[in-house]
Design a protein around this ligand. Structure first.
Ligand code: TXA
Ligand code: MG
Length: 344
């Protein structure tokens, strides 16, 4: 159990005058790291123009050095200082989806290419929709590089307490905006290629983007042969410290019980379950069971990371999750959590 020394402060409206928010902005300008809420997941913020602060992000998270960060902006007008925006698809996307859960990969400009790029010519940029995130970027007066505020490989944080559990000994301040409304990370869209290509699925879908662009958009499952272009997808992700078993959504109670008996036979005495609906009288003599219910895809998306952490914290030795096949973003995270090969 880690002992968190980070202060957790909840800014109040008007955010732009809140003392905690202004202190966070001052820390960021001084090269320190501050965690803050976004509508997707909590981010670990650093001044994107400060190379030492960026190196600190990698050290604090234990992040693989080849995995570049997303730069968060507070105004559309900041974008042309960071990336090339001559492509009309870029304007169409930010007009429709910003602020929001869409990250665009674009040709990078200096000095960001050198500071953020990890050897790439491109840069990922997003304008978050959360009012505390926007107020913080405005107050800091610089774009903020921010990966998810978890230790590398762990489920992303969707509350300030999740951040404290992973990073509370390593950063001075966490801004608390309550639970994240979306619950999984932004869609990452590569606009340096034609057709545009989704590198990481999120709640903004290929169909939604395709409608705005009036052109097809490739989703991660449709990749032809060739290299994976988003460096982060090569590394392990979203994994609690115990095994995750992913079941099809149509599994049904009898099959869940069969899987639990198999786990029990392999020595598991306590299991966590994330199910689509309650299984009446679910009880096994040989195993302690803790159940969380997600009746629809949004509930699973919003709850997944927190439940993985919670069930693990309650002592589950394995976590069984019923998937939602039709919902690619959450299935992508579940396949990775279960260490199955993602579809890309
Ligand atoms: O919702 C989100 O996107 C959250 C919040 C905090 O904004 N951030 C987030 O950051 O998820 P992170 O660092 O955990 O994930 C960024 C992803 C990684 O998969 C990384 O490889 C990819 O974006 N990425 C960053 N720059 C890229 C680039 N130039 N080309 C391709 N992929 C890139
Ligand atoms: Mg992450």
């Amino acid at each position: 159990m880690t002992t968190s020394t980070a202060r957790i402060l909840a800014p109040q409206e008007p955010y732009e005058r809140d003392p905690a928010l202004l202190e966070a902005a001052a820390l960021l300008r001084a090269g320190e790291l501050v965690a803050f809420p976004t509508e997707t997941v909590y981010g670990l913020g650093a001044d994107a123009t400060n190379p030492a602060a960026i190196e600190r992000v990698y050290a604090v998270k234990g992040r693989p050095p080849d995995n570049p960060l997303i730069v968060h902006v507070g105004h559309n007008a900041d974008l042309p200082t960071i990336a090339e925006v001559g492509d009309p698809r870029v304007v169409a996307c930010f007009k429709r989806f910003w602020p929001g859960a869409l990250t665009m990969v674009l040709p990078a400009l200096e000095p960001y290419r050198t500071i953020i790029g990890r050897g790439l010519e491109t840069i990922a940029v997003r304008m978050p929709g959360h009012p505390i995130a926007l107020a913080l970027i405005h107050a800091a007066g610089v774009p903020l590089a921010a990966p998810s505020a978890n230790l590398s490989g762990r489920p992303s944080p969707t509350t300030a307490q999740h951040v404290a559990a992973d990073l509370g000994e390593r950063i001075p301040l966490i801004l608390d905006g309550g639970p994240c409304l979306v619950g999984i990370e932004s869609t990452v869209l590569d606009l340096t290629v034609t057709p545009a290509r989704i590198l990481r699925p999120g709640i903004i879908s290929a169909a939604m983007i395709s409608q705005v662009l009036g052109a097809p958009v490739k989703s991660p499952g449709e990749t032809a042969t060739g290299s994976i272009r988003s460096p982060g997808v090569r590394h392990p992700h979203y994994q609690p410290s115990v095994p995750v078993l992913l079941l099809p959504s149509s599994t049904g109670g009898a099959e869940v019980v069969r899987q639990l008996r198999l786990l029990a036979a392999s020595g598991v005495r306590q299991a966590g379950l994330i199910l689509r609906q309650d299984i009446p009288a679910l009880q096994l003599d040989e195993m302690k069971i803790e159940v969380r219910i997600a009746r629809h895809a949004e509930a699973l998306t919003r709850g997944l990371y927190g439940w993985l952490r919670e069930l693990e914290g309650l002592g589950a030795e394995a976590i069984v999750v019923e998937g939602v096949e039709a919902t690619e973003p959450v299935m992508d995270r579940l396949r990775r959590a279960a260490q199955q090969k993602p579809q890309q």
